[in-house]
Design a protein around this ligand. Structure first.
Ligand SMILES: Cc1cc2nc3c(=O)[nH]c(=O)nc-3n(C[C@H](O)[C@H](O)[C@H](O)COP(=O)(O)OP(=O)(O)OC[C@H]3O[C@@H](n4cnc5c(N)ncnc54)[C@H](O)[C@@H]3O)c2cc1C
Length: 469
């Protein structure tokens, strides 16, 4: 049970970081209490902005002793509400935004060590300055921070080749709920000495500890890319194209994104982007090869056209054109905002089942609410589709959004039937917590609750997130 912090407790917290970094006025706190989609607007008596691991540790010691709830926040781009305090007004926000140091880059061992508040973009740039690649790449990369990326086990567009945030991390420093610091900043690629503690904190969404530093994996920077925007007749054809591209590219396929025609329509209309192809097609694929054998993309496309997996394609002739293709992909979510309400589902199914999933989910949603517009796009290569449904034309936005849970029920039934996940990338946070009993076995939940009790016996770390009561 957490307790409403007294004025004395608040003063003790503030003393750790200094008054300047203990924000209490409503205007100063506003940006920390509201998230990107405006689904959650929280309340808090205090936002703390520590600058060192030691300060985080002192804050947690006080929180543990006084039973005060702490909500860790990094870049506040999370899409499951985990970084926003509840409306009770008792929870304190601990922002990592001042802990932004790139502690070191070691090109010879291909590692980079950063504080948890370093933005993803800053990490990418520090890697590039050392002629290396940090391959995690999200549309939110200018704002999201490494601590948040690891805590949500973020995915993005290059998972196909490099894996998700979990796969890109070698070591962590974590402050535990009682204020102890676990120094797990390993640089090792091989270490089979007991349980994997690091992986417990990755994807835990701030419920088991606060990540303060991380050792990240780097890769050689690709010297060349071949990028194509491809018209495909159907998701099934896109899947065949995916297999073909993998076979013919020597495993150099680094991204394979599926986009519906509606996505091009929205970005053209609202964001002013130019279509890469003159041909209008029901579906498109944005595919990229990194360091391919020269002209591999041309061979893939020639064969795909002959086999009917593709009907048209444009290959980027310059870096600018490559960027133009990616801009379309990056603007999809934004463009949807101009079309009224959108009910989102960040789902995954086994890759080969994506076409069947799309057909069945579309039919189920159409039965549930005729006239919905399907903006299903995403990382086909990972079986991860952002199955976003735009409201029927002319419908009241509020009335549509009131159907959020009911439509989730309809879509998740199809997801689960295909052995999929109802949260492929964005986590559980607050948004999907009530579904944990539906998707996890009693044994799995028992282990999760056991870990939580062990690491956070007073339930002060992000209470009411991820785990069901
Ligand atoms: C435009 C846009 C595009 C996006 N695209 C993608 C995408 O392609 N793939 C994807 O996976 N996600 C995507 N996201 C979601 C989001 O950017 C990611 O979840 C990101 O990893 C969150 O990082 P953050 O720093 O903003 O974390 P926050 O939002 O601040 O926090 C997220 C969660 O992590 C916890 N947390 C934060 N920092 C710490 C810490 N140091 N220690 C412990 N817990 C912590 C918080 O309590 C919260 O539960 C997108 C979001 C937007 C707005």
């Amino acid at each position: 049970m957490t307790i409403k912090p007294s004025a004395e407790t608040l003063a003790r917290f503030a003393a750790v970081v200094g008054e300047k970094n203990a924000i209490r006025d409503p205007a100063g706190m506003a940006g920390y209490l509201r998230e990107w989609r405006d689904i959650y607007v929280g309340k808090s008596p205090l936002v703390l902005r520590p600058s060192t691991t030691e300060e985080v540790s002192r804050i947690l010691k006080i929180a543990h002793e006084t039973r005060t709830a702490i909500v860790p926040q990094a870049g506040n781009t999370g899409l499951a509400g985990g970084q926003i305090p509840h409306e009770s007004g008792h929870e304190i926000v601990l922002s990592l935004e001042r802990m932004t140091k790139i502690v070191g880059v070691a090109p010879d061992e291909n590692t980079l060590t950063a504080e948890a508040g370093a933005t993803l973009k800053a990490v990418q740039e520090a890697a590039a300055a050392a002629d290396r690649l940090f391959p995690l790449s999200l549309a939110s990369e200018g704002s999201c921070r490494i601590g948040g990326n690891l805590s949500t086990n973020a995915g993005g567009v290059q998972v196909l080749m490099y894996g998700n945030a979990r796969d890109l991390c070698l070591g962590l420093e974590v402050v535990l709920a009682d204020g102890r610091v676990w120094d797990g900043l390993s640089h090792l690629r091989k270490d089979n000495t007991g349980y994997d503690l690091r992986n417990m904190f990755i994807g835990a969404e701030g419920t088991l500890g606060i990540i303060t530093r991380a050792v990240l994996k780097l890769y050689p920077k690709p010297q060349s890319h071949e990028t194509a925007f491809i018209a495909v007749p159907s998701p099934a054809a896109a899947l065949s194209l995916l297999s073909l591209a993998r076979e013919l590219s020597g495993n150099r396929l680094s991204a394979f994104e599926l986009l519906p025609e509606l996505a091009l329509g929205f970005t053209e209309k609202h964001m002013g982007v130019r279509r890469p192809l003159t041909q209008v097609s029901p579906w498109y694929v944005l595919a990229e090869l990194s360091d391919p054998v020269s002209e591999a993309i041309v061979r893939i496309l020639e064969e795909a056209l002959v086999k009917g997996f593709a009907t048209d394609a444009a290959v980027a002739a310059s870096d600018t054109q490559r960027q133009d293709f990616w801009t379309i992909r990056e603007l999809l979510s934004e463009s949807q905002k101009f079309e009224g309400g959108s009910i989102k589902h960040d789902i995954s199914v086994p890759v080969a089942r994506v076409p069947q999933f799309l057909a069945e989910a579309n039919a189920a949603v159409e039965r549930f609410l005729p006239g919905c517009r399907f903006m299903s796009f995403g990382h086909l290569g990972d079986g991860n589709i952002h199955y976003n449904v735009s409201q029927p034309l002319g419908m009241d936005k509020g009335a549509f959004l009131d159907m959020w849970e009911a439509m989730n029920d309809v879509v998740f039934e199809v997801v689960l039937k295909h052995g999929g996940s109802i949260s492929a990338e964005h986590g559980i946070g607050r948004l999907k917590r009530h579904r944990m009993r539906q998707i996890k076995s009693a044994v799995a939940l028992d282990m999760m609750h056991g870990l939580k009790r062990l690491l956070d016996p007073h339930n002060i770390l992000n209470p009411g997130k991820v785990l069901p009561d």
